[in-house]
Design a protein around this ligand. Structure first.
Ligand code: SAM
Length: 310
């Protein structure tokens, strides 16, 4: 399959599924290797057809030129349907979450996808859950999500919902969020309350850019993620030990996947290196500075059962 991807598009997928530099032993021990499949190839074929179509590219360029004076890039993609993304196929998602598709039942199961964009990535989780909830700050993207049949929650108030989820996901949102710390905190509280796991992905090395900031016009978050170094491998390590661990998430496993974007007149497709983390909310160890009583009052109680499906 790798051979086919390379031959077809001149893309070099050698490092699409494995880090190009050596990762720390701690990160390596948690690594799950994904592999390419037919759905990935189909996305690239479709992308190649769109990018080769003079008609669609002309419509796109004129549309973007007119709309960009009024709308954000994300809103324009929401309106026009361009800029479709691909992160994983259903089978890659099932493999990463250790879902046995023979025995898995979607009955009454709910997933919440935060910052779902136009729902391209969400779509690949749909068959595993009866109820698909989503949030978005772009009004045009919210319309797209509603038209696809997702239940759209308020992007700034979702953490107050009393819906219990079987999985909460945030694909490529953490580095786009106005407050990554608040996002991690809300994820922890809701995952703990629902007794479920969380999947977070982001492009590495981290590069913050806030397009929708309810606190003003800044494109910088209120606080940067605590990552050091310049490489994908270094940032994976820091995400696990400096970001997720202090936020009381245990990394169950992580994988590397190509985050692919539909091409334009110059390229058949675009590729970004994504890291996808499967996280479990844990109760923080009591420390010398916090009494057991303080911990009990700042965090919800320990769940009675552990979620075993995901
Ligand atoms: C890079 S895109 C990722 C879209 C999709 N999840 C994916 O992986 O392709 C980030 C999305 O998050 C949305 N967004 C940014 N801040 C948000 C927030 N605080 N709450 C909900 N959505 C947000 C943006 O509008 C954008 O559609």
């Amino acid at each position: 399959m790798s051979f086919l991807l390379e031959r077809t598009y001149g893309l070099r997928p050698n490092y699409w599924y494995i880090p190009e530099n050596e990762v720390s032993t701690g990160a390596q021990n948690l690594f799950f290797e994904s592999s390419p499949d037919n759905e990935t190839q189909q996305f690239l074929d479709h992308s190649n057809n769109i990018s080769a179509s003079f008609f669609w590219q002309t419509v796109r360029n004129i549309g973007v030129m007119i709309l960009s004076s009024i709308y954000s890039k994300t809103d324009i993609n929401g309106m026009t349907g361009f800029g479709n993304m691909f992160l994983f196929s259903e089978q890659q998602f099932a493999n990463f979450l250790a879902i046995d598709r023979q025995t898995w039942r979607a009955n009454n199961k709910s997933v919440l996808d935060l910052g779902a964009g136009n729902g391209d990535i969400t779509e690949h989780m749909r068959s595993f859950f009866d109820n698909v909830y989503a949030t978005e700050l772009s009004p045009k993207m919210r319309n797209r999500l509603t038209s696809k049949g997702y239940k759209v929650l308020d992007a700034l108030e979702w953490a107050k919902t009393d819906v219990k989820f079987d999985l909460i996901t945030a694909f490529n949102l953490l580095d786009r969020h106005y407050s990554p710390g608040k996002l991690l905190e809300d994820l922890w509280i809701n995952a703990h309350r629902s007794n479920c796991n969380v999947v977070v992905s982001l492009v590495l090395p981290v590069n913050h850019y806030v397009e929708f900031n309810p606190n003003g016009k800044s494109t910088r978050p209120d606080k940067f993620l605590n990552v050091q170094g310049r490489t994908y491998a270094e940032h994976v390590h820091h995400m696990i030990f400096n970001v997720f661990k202090p936020a009381n998430f245990e990394v169950i496993r992580w994988t590397r996947l190509p985050y692919l974007c539909e091409g334009d007149m110059s390229h058949a497709a675009y590729y970004l290196p994504d890291a996808v983390f499967l996280l479990k909310p844990i109760i923080p160890e009591p420390t010398a500075t916090l009494t057991a009583e303080e911990i009990a009052t700042t965090k919800p109680p320990v769940p009675e059962t552990v979620h075993e499906d995901l």
